[in-house]
Design a protein around this ligand. Structure first.
Ligand code: FAD
Length: 429
């Protein structure tokens, strides 16, 4: 299939929309980008294949990390924190200290998250096209001019001055021919996780350390790929959310591998439910409420941008003159057998954080395109720190603001002017 169209070829398809900023993907990064761009006065379209906003945050998870640096204060504000405040005020979220010391998290009700994003994104004036997927880019030389979107009504074209790739998979950048890294090909890719929720749980009956001890003790009787992991309280009484399953060695951009991983994730969920109900006090009357809408994917294709964030940058709490966001989250690498590797910014939970450079969002050569969210330019290790949802929202806000302010190619954004605009809108830099 043709993944690149010239403007002449694209003219043969129905024009669905034309405007200032096109955003591919309505996850944490894409939603924050849409809010920021629309509030900055741009005419914005967000294209999202699912029927709801929030991406992985709504389909798989229930806790934002990255707002707080472990052992310190908040390092992300702006659109992301506005979202949290809404959820906290509505009683749809609460702050929760993290068992592993990843810093305080904000645990939310995923259904409330979907509605909060609807209100913020639409309220800012952006348009949203659901059940639509970007399948090709419209190029003018190496400049992205828009995309071909597949819908139930057939393909159509959307044209924009600038585009933001917030697909998680750097799908627009890759289709446009920008340089990308493929961690799965390098055999260093984080595993996938199907999360699940259980109801009817007596939460106080088994503290987390005892749960982990029971897991280790039962590992001969059950096939449990992970013997640590999170089972935590939620906004709903008697309901827990889990992060336990682990499907390793998958290239989630390969549809066959991803399909098999979805099935394996469900199989593992059934095994953990069997273990919890048979062996763990407090789960005697518990039942499975639901498995994540799709399996959670931590790491796929990433942009190789004008700067590649490294492990040394993260651990050394490095500052950059073009920083557009801050991150204090530790390197959290699930690639380590049945445990998880944690390495802290600055050597320990000290509250230290580093800057995320604008150059990590900018392709080396492809023009009129920025990338935001988990597919920004970073090494495997640095990505394991910078991928938390608060940082995805902060980078999304920066990308949206830059795209709205750009009169020409967003890649030419003056970092100082962008930083000033972000600071004006409450971002912490
Ligand atoms: C199992 C798991 C547990 C995690 N735990 C936590 C946690 O507890 N706290 C935390 O902060 N972070 C956690 N993370 C990391 C974090 O969730 C992700 O890094 C973050 O959600 C990524 O946000 P994003 O906006 O970049 O991508 P996503 O939220 O994945 O959004 C990408 C969106 O793009 C859309 N899309 C894809 N392709 C196209 C296309 N071709 N056209 C249009 N749209 C497209 C998708 O439908 C999706 O909605 C976890 C991740 C996983 C997988």
């Amino acid at each position: 299939m043709n993944t690149r169209y010239t403007r002449t070829e694209a003219a043969a398809l129905p024009l669905l929309w034309r405007g200032d900023v096109l955003i591919a993907g309505g996850g944490s990064a894409g939603c924050a980008a849409a809010v920021a761009a629309a509030r900055s006065g741009a005419d914005v379209l967000l294209v999202e294949p699912a029927g709801f906003l929030g991406g992985t945050g709504a389909a798989v998870l229930d806790t934002f990390y990255g707002f707080y640096a472990p052992g310190g204060g908040r390092v992300v504000a702006g659109v992301g924190w506005e979202l949290c405040e809404r959820l906290l005020e509505d009683g749809q979220a609460f702050e929760r200290p993290n068992t592993y010391g990843a810093g305080t998290g904000v645990t939310y009700e995923p259904e409330a998250l979907k509605r909060a994003w609807d209100e913020l994104v639409l309220g800012a004036g952006a348009r949203v096209l659901h059940h639509a997927r970007i399948v090709a880019v419209v190029l003018d030389g190496e400049r992205v001019r828009g995309a071909v979107v597949d819908t139930a009504a057939g393909p159509g074209v959307v044209l924009a001055r600038n585009t933001i790739d917030a697909t998680g998979d750097a799908e627009v950048a890759w289709r446009a021919g920008a340089a990308v890294d493929r961690p799965a090909e390098q055999n260093r890719v984080q595993p996938l996780t199907a999360t699940f929720r259980m109801g009817g749980v007596d939460l106080g009956a088994t503290p987390v350390a005892e749960l982990h001890r029971l897991m280790a003790a039962a590992s001969g009787d059950y096939r449990l790929p992970r013997l640590d992991g999170s089972v935590h309280r939620t906004v709903l009484p008697g309901v827990v959310h889990t992060n336990l399953t682990r499907v390793s060695g998958v290239d989630a951009t390969d549809p066959w591998q991803l399909s098999a991983a979805e099935r394996e994730g469900r199989r593992q969920v059934a095994e953990y439910v069997r273990f919890l109900t048979e062996r763990v006090p407090g789960y005697e009357n518990a039942y499975l409420l639901g498995v994540s809408v799709r399996i959670g994917v931590r790491e796929t294709r990433r942009l190789r941008g004008r700067y590649v964030l490294t492990r040394e940058d993260v651990l050394g709490a490095r500052e950059f003159p073009d920083a557009i966001a801050r991150c204090g989250a530790p390197i959290e690498d699930h690639d380590g057998g049945n445990g998880t590797i944690w390495v802290y910014v600055g050597g320990g939970p000290s509250g230290r954080s580093y800057g995320v450079p604008l150059r990590c969002l900018v392709p080396e050569r492809t023009g009129h395109l920025l990338v935001a969210g988990r597919c920004l330019s970073a090494t495997h290790d640095a990505h394991a720190s910078v991928r938390s949802m608060a940082q995805c929202m902060a980078a999304g806000q920066a990308a949206g603001t830059a795209a709205a302010l750009a009169t020409g190619d967003v890649a030419d954004t003056d970092p100082a002017a962008l930083r000033a605009a972000l600071a004006l809108h409450g971002a912490l830099l």
